[in-house]
Ligand binder design. Structure first.
Ligand code: XMP
Length: 305
């Protein structure tokens, strides 16, 4: 574990020296990594930093409001309302890698526009150590690593948390006084709820996935998973009232891990699982059944796509 105070001092100096009097931009995702990178950069260069949050419509429940609140002290915060553009771009796309690609491209387009408007010469990124390892191994196309710098002509890229593991980033977040909803928030993939929906992303599936993820996060919090969420994985028959329905199948996943590279499915109490099932089927008429995923990583990945 790094010495947190020492790390903050060194990272702040490094950012100031790298960027000087220039302007910089960072894509805030709502997660702890980019939040810490933004908070460090803000310490170093203040309002020379423009944090940009793109609301892709693939975010967790309440995430956009949370971002506005947490970063309200940064006057330069830009929130881009891009929900419709992302949904349009994703219409008809079913292949997992194609989905990631479409989201990555759309994200670049949104971000590029902001970068041009702010005359940013530097890009700050919240890349952490495991992101770099997985990206080098090319296990999946992580949309927050690579890509952006190829399109926008930055003078330099600054990655203040590049050598940290997730638990170290959280420790830095606490030391920086970021709210606990941010510092303790579970990891969330760059492509958002899109990788928790098998097949085409539609508004209906998004609503089911978003509400179900919220239930799972709430119910599982006391078991302190590395990550817990729900995914919409298909359709099956169920009974609602007197009718047979062909509704969504929601898979619940809760895993323990240190860095996301390997993970173990959590042994959750039956009562917790039943409460989750009852809340998810109760809140959404279109859900026919809820299943629990007991697969470790490997052989499964944590996310579904
Ligand atoms: P997988 O599903 O590959 O995920 O076992 C490992 C960890 O990475 C997160 N993840 C992503 N994070 N961009 C990200 O920033 C992505 O494209 C991405 N895909 C997966 C996942 O949530 C888990 O914590």
């Amino acid at each position: 574990m790094v010495d947190v105070e020492e790390f903050i001092d060194e990272a702040t100096t490094e950012i100031s020296e790298a960027i000087g009097d220039a302007n910089a931009i960072i894509a805030l995702s709502g997660g702890v990594d980019s939040s810490v990178a933004a908070a460090l950069a803000y310490r170093a260069i203040g309002e020379q930093l423009t944090p940009v949050y793109v609301d892709t419509g693939l975010m967790r429940k309440g995430e956009t409001d949370q971002i506005r609140e947490t970063f309200s002290f940064m006057e330069s915060l830009e929130v881009v309302e891009a929900q419709d553009r992302f949904l349009d771009a994703l219409a008809g796309v079913t292949d997992p890698e194609e989905k990631r690609h479409v989201i990555g491209e759309q994200f670049i387009r949104e971000f590029e526009r902001e970068a041009k408007e702010t005359d940013a010469e530097y890009l700050v990124q919240g890349t952490i150590y495991p992101d770099r390892i997985e990206s080098e191994g090319n296990i999946k196309s992580h949309h927050n690593v690579g890509g952006l710098p190829d399109v926008v002509d930055f003078d330099g890229i600054v990655e203040p948390v590049r050598d940290l593991y997730k638990d170290e980033v959280r420790a830095v977040a606490r030391a920086l006084d970021l709210e606990s909803v941010i510092s303790e928030r579970m990891p969330f993939p760059g492509p958002g709820l899109a990788v928790r929906i098998i097949g085409e992303v539609t508004e209906e599936k998004l609503e089911v996935a978003r509400d179900a993820c919220h239930v799972v996060e709430e119910e599982v919090a006391e078991h302190e998973p590395w990550q817990a969420f729900a995914a919409v994985i298909g359709k099956a028959t169920g009974v609602k009232g007197d009718n047979r329905v062909h509704g969504w199948v929601v898979s619940v996943r809760s895993v323990e891990s240190r860095d996301g590279m390997t993970a173990r499915a959590q042994n959750l109490p039956w009562e917790t699982l039943q409460r989750i099932q009852s809340r998810i089927t109760g809140q959404n008429d279109n859900v026919a059944r809820v299943v629990y995923d007991v697969t470790h990583k490997p052989p499964a990945t944590i996310e579904y796509e």
